[in-house]
Design a protein around this ligand. Structure first.
Ligand SMILES: Cc1cc2nc3c(=O)[nH]c(=O)nc-3n(C[C@H](O)[C@H](O)[C@H](O)COP(=O)(O)OP(=O)(O)OC[C@H]3O[C@@H](n4cnc5c(N)ncnc54)[C@H](O)[C@@H]3O)c2cc1C
Length: 570
């Protein structure tokens, strides 16, 4: 197999040579290191490599180039080699600071750092790295290895667990690829008509008349398999026969966190998931505001680590299917899965999250995270300094986001379908918006399309009354049109607010005393629902902050409450 390429671009011959040598020395056996002295030459070389069918794993460009801004070159690199990781190499803290991982000159000079922060927020680059120091710079190589791991995960796993052979444009293959990718199972796809595809079909003893065909790392062959057949191969379909201490429903950040903490306290813990380990967070390409990951971490990366951590503490993960019913039982609760399977637990945690209402317009999905954001996007606010940001939504969350973003952006436009904000937004926010000169409101407006090469560049707005359209430049679109909690399957004993979010702890009491629905002499434990022994955490909880860190924090609190509940029950 041909070695993938690591490309470095720098106008300064000295630093280009040093970077080239550092990479060649460490990665020369597995990768081809290619150096170019200008962005123009690098663009030409990237095109040649694409024409030759060569994979490019990483493109690194020095921030200090003058011929063309490195960030623009890296944005262009994405259009030529979409899966390559794009890295801006920034000056390190000087020879006197060889072990600093943070580029010290940039910390001191925030203005100089702004183009970098903006480039990350706009998806023009995947990461920035301080140039390597002399000798063994393990910090630099750790970052490069992480980038290579992420690239290999998305683009070319060296050791695939599954091979999928199907027609190039098959919807079924797309579904299976999505299932495997969201569960961090490394796979490769072979078009049935390609030489590789034909070879794998032959090896699997298939003539290709029924597709897709899956070949697992153990050599098992599955022809047009159902979801549970696939999860069974990875040991994720089974359920324990015995009653467990804790059953967690939903493997997003809240569920994973609770599972880690409950299992680490010695509680037998079952983690039930219907779709993909990692939940909503797992679909985020880069979580930038989770503590401890200064350059961000992919949602899939975070989920994989958490899943492994839960497993190492002895938790039992199962993708036996969606949980469709929760019933009281002699020693706790019975949980029923859609496929008819049943599980028993002494206590239950509901961490089933929400579905954000999505906007449906051409171009939006492709720009998710690179200009198009669901949720408040507060962590991106500073990166929109001097730019034009659009917000879709007419409720308080949209108003608050507008006021926050207006502190940085040159202009903030709120687009609403209705003819005023008054229907769903508080008066005080409307007053604040009216008094903020760089916020304008476009009523009777919807988003008809979004476009941009690599990141959002234009939005097409449509007047909902006249149908007239207008295409305008836009740097970001923040969508705040509500979320629906996954609670329809719960029994009436689990009290919810008018939108379906689950009430807990303090929300179940009135003036410090439990509401009439609570029948026990004790008060509800933190994060306990109105059904004693059933707890909840994360986005699905009434009043939750919709953040990964909050979900993780609540998961750990819920695990402590469940421990306390079970101790008192024994
Ligand atoms: C595109 C996107 C980007 C985001 N980026 C960020 C970010 O950068 N930073 C940040 O802090 N937050 C971000 N968020 C918000 C963050 O992802 C959520 O706040 C967080 O995932 C909530 O965690 P949770 O565990 O409560 O729920 P979820 O992550 O929604 O997980 C719930 C899980 O429950 C499962 N489930 C549902 N019903 C059932 C059932 N009946 N049976 C079994 N399983 C079930 C679901 O399949 C899902 O896996 C982002 C959200 C989105 C959509």
């Amino acid at each position: 197999m041909t070695a993938p390429v690591l490309m470095v671009v720098d106008e300064d011959a000295g630093s280009l040579g040093a970077l080239d040598a550092a990479l060649r020395h460490r990665y020369g056996h597995d990768y081809l290191v290619v150096s170019e002295a200008s962005p123009a030459a690098a663009v030409g070389r990237l095109r040649e490599l694409r024409a030759a069918g060569r994979q490019v794993a990483v493109v690194m460009a020095a921030a200090a180039m003058t011929a063309a801004p490195a960030t623009e070159f890296l944005a262009q690199a994405r259009t030529i080699q979409p899966t390559a990781k794009r890295v801006l190499v920034v000056p390190r803290g000087g020879a006197a600071a060889p072990s600093f991982r943070v580029p010290v000159p940039l910390v001191a000079d925030r203005q100089a750092a702004m183009p970098i922060l903006r480039a990350i927020a706009h998806g023009m680059i995947d990461a920035y790295l301080p140039a390597p120091g002399a000798g063994r710079d393990e910090g630099f190589h750790r970052d490069v290895s992480e980038l290579l791991e992420e690239w290999a995960h998305d683009a070319a796993p060296a050791q695939p667990a599954v091979r999928i052979i199907d027609q190039q444009q098959s919807a079924r293959a797309h579904e299976l690829r999505d299932l495997l990718a969201r569960n961090s199972v490394p796979y490769v796809f072979h078009a049935a008509e390609s030489a590789d595809g034909q070879a794998w079909l032959q090896q699997a003893g298939q003539d290709g008349s029924v597709l897709p065909v899956l070949v697992t790392y153990t050599g098992e062959v599955m022809v047009d398999p159902q979801r549970d057949q696939i999860t069974a191969v990875f040991g994720l379909a089974a359920l324990p026969g015995a009653t467990v201490d804790v059953a967690v429903v939903g493997a997003g950040p809240a569920g994973l966190s609770a599972t880690v903490y409950a299992a680490s306290e010695g509680l037998s813990t079952l983690l039930l998931e219907r779709e993909a380990i990692g939940g909503q967070a797992g679909s985020s390409s880069l979580i930038r505001n989770y503590l401890g990951f200064p350059r961000g971490i992919s949602g899939a990366g975070l989920a994989t680590r958490a899943f492994e951590q839960a497993w190492s503490f002895g938790a039992i993960p199962s993708m036996a299917g969606p949980v469709t019913a929760l019933e009281p039982a002699a020693d706790g609760f019975t949980l029923r899965m859609a496929g008819g399977q049943v599980s028993h637990a002494r206590s239950v945690l509901i961490t089933t999250g929400v579905s954000y209402r999505r906007l449906d317009a051409p171009g939006l999905n492709a720009l998710l995270g690179v200009g198009v954001f669901y949720g408040a996007a507060g962590s991106e606010a500073a990166a929109f300094a001097g730019e034009h940001v659009f917000i879709v939504g007419g409720a308080n969350s949209a108003g608050q986001a507008a006021v926050n973003l207006a502190r940085y952006a040159q202009q903030v436009t709120i687009a609403v379908r209705g003819d005023s904000l008054a229907a769903r937004m508080s008066r005080y926010l409307i007053d604040e918006i009216t008094a903020t000169p760089n916020i304008d409101v476009r009523t009777t407006t919807k988003i008809a399309a979004a476009a941009g090469a690599g990141s959002l560049e234009t939005l097409t707005l449509q007047d909902t009354e006249t149908g007239a359209t207008q295409t305008v430049p836009a740097s970001a679109l923040v969508v705040l049109i509500g979320a629906v909690p996954h609670t329809g399957w719960l029994p009436p004993q689990v009290s919810r607010d008018e939108h379906g979010f689950i009430l807990t702890g303090g929300d179940l009491t009135q003036d410090g005393t439990p509401a009439a629905s609570w029948t026990l002499p004790r008060t509800p434990l933190p994060l306990e629902t109105s059904m004693p022994g059933v707890f909840t955490a994360g986005d699905v909880r009434h009043g939750s902050v919709k953040r990964v860190a909050s979900a993780v924090g609540e998961g750990s609190i819920a695990a402590t409450s469940m421990y306390q509940y079970l101790q008192n029950k024994r």
